[in-house]
Each structure stands twice: as C-alpha cells, then as structure tokens.
Write a protein that binds this ligand. Structure first.
Ligand SMILES: [Zn+2]
Length: 290
C-alpha cells in the first residue's frame, strides 16, 4: 500500500496523518498548535514532512485560504493565518512532491470520492462553521476559476444593508448562513448579545420559542442561498458539513429548494467523510493531480 502525508493547516491547529490511496488514515491523527509567524509555520511543516519522508509518495496539504491554480501557494483570504503565509512556496518544503489546496475544496473532494456525494459528478459542499466555506465540483472536476479561488460563498442576500460581512460587503450569504449569522439572528430576536450558538441550538431543542424562531430563520436563509446555487449550477446534490451543518434539517431545505428550483430537483445531504475530510480530500486530489 502506498501512503501520502496528509496535513491540515488551520488558524488554531495543524493536524497530520499518513493516508493511503483510498483515503484511509493509517494510524493516529497528530495535532499541534499553529505557530504565530509564517516562518515558524514553514519550519514546523518541514519538520513534520521530514519525519515521514521515507515512507510517503507525496505530501498533500489542506489549508485555510484560497490556493492558486498551480497548487503551490496561498493567494488570499487568510485572516486567521499570518500575512507572510502567502509567501510560502509549498513545493519547496520537501524534496517530495507537495500539493496544496483550500481546505473546503479538499473536503468537497473527499465527500465526492468517499462520502455523501459519491457518484454526484455535479455537487456543491457548504461548510457551515463560524463562517461559510464552499467547494464546487462540476462534471467531476473541482471548480477553481481563473485564479484558483472559485467557490467563495459570498453573494448578497439583499437585505438593505443589515449586516456587514467579514469580506466588507453587505448582507453576504455567509453573514446569515454561518454559525455567526445564526447568532446575529438570535440577538435580533432576544435583544441581548451574551449568547453562543450552543445556547441557541440547545434552547431550540428544549422548546425555547425565540431560539426555535432563530433556528428557523437561519435555515430559511440557508435554503434561499442553496436555491440560488441550485439554479446557477444545477448540481446532483449539496453536502452540508462543518460544526453547524449537522443542525440543519436537510429534508426540510430539500423540499423548499425543489419546490422553487428552475433547473431540476436536487438532493441535500449531511457530510459523511468525517472530521478529517480536509486532509483526506487533499490526498485524494493529489492522487489525481500530481
Ligand atoms: Zn462576504
């Protein structure tokens, strides 16, 4: 069996594991804290790779931020990583081939190869966490666009400048469909700020009227965004992942979307490829592209 080293670089931690051609993790996933400077990140990545270089075919890195079309550099959207991170040339980290791709794109690929969207050649994954990440697969290929950054889920919900998004524009899908969006929706309803998404979900499950209302509005906003994407891309399915994805009633959203969609009915699934879908997807993509 041939192995690759899968690494996931996030704003708070770096995780890594040996992963085989089929996307199966060999031993344990190891996690270390993400250092504060890009030099330290570069050095820690080199150290990790050095430990495994005799038993791997290549290195596959899933990272926060958008990644260029040659899969060797991060080109943008790395608010939670140091500025210099964009200067790292990933191919220079090792004598082995190094492949890097955006973490949400990698996770979308893992779902397509071994998870919820297997056999769906046209699929869109939405990662609902603090923000919203996305990966779009069209005709069995990851949609990258001219720069490599395609699939950013920032498009307007048209709410007359109600919320300013993290990207600076007003009323993006992300500012309503994310965990943070749910929180802002709940704050609008209850009138105080000291709440967490956990409080809201727990409260809604325990029958709290305000929190139930907040969750319903949040799901309606997700459904509206998905309807727009379904009309634009006509995908076989959508996959919802991330820490908030599991709280979405996919059946309800699927029913709403399919009652308005102009293209053709679509399916909506919860993600199945697991917590390490980023690094697994990076290896599975690397298998095909390098
Ligand atoms: Zn935005």
């Amino acid at each position: 069996m041939n192995f690759a080293l899968g690494i996931d670089v996030g704003g708070t931690k770096i995780s890594y594991a040996l992963i085989d051609n089929n996307g199966i993790i060999k031993d344990n996933v190891v996690k270390v804290l993400t250092p504060k400077t890009s030099n330290e990140i570069e050095n820690i990545l080199k150290d990790i790779i050095l430990k495994f270089q005799d038993c791997i075919e290549f290195v596959a890195i899933a990272t926060a931020g958008t990644v260029n079309n040659s899969n060797d550099k991060v080109i943008g959207s790395t608010a939670n990583l140091p500025v210099g991170y964009k200067e790292i040339n990933f191919t220079e980290l090792s004598d082995k081939k190094v492949f890097v791709e955006n973490d949400a794109n990698c996770a979308a690929w893992a779902e397509y190869k071994i998870g919820a969207s297997v056999n769906c050649k046209n699929s869109i994954m939405l990662t609902l966490g603090t923000g919203v990440g996305g990966g779009i697969i069209i005709d069995g290929k990851l949609l990258k666009g001219k720069s490599g950054g395609a699939g950013e889920m920032h498009f307007s919900m048209s709410r007359n400048k109600k919320r300013q998004c993290t990207c600076g524009a007003w009323d993006c899908f992300e500012s309503y469909a994310s965990g943070n969006g749910l929180k802002l929706t709940a704050i609008d309803i209850v009138g105080y700020e000291n709440i967490t998404t956990y409080d809201i979900i727990e409260g809604a499950n325990n029958g709290d009227k305000n929190f139930k209302n907040a969750v319903e509005i949040w799901q309606n906003d997700i459904a509206l965004g998905i309807l727009g994407l379904a009309n634009l891309f006509d995908p076989d399915c959508f996959v919802l992942s991330g820490s908030m994805g599991k709280f979405v009633d996919v059946g309800k959203i699927e029913k709403f979307v399919n009652s308005y969609v102009l293209t053709s009915p679509t399916k909506i699934y919860h993600a199945k490829a697991g917590n390490y879908s980023g690094m697994i997807g990076a290896v599975l993509l690397g298998n095909e592209l390098i």
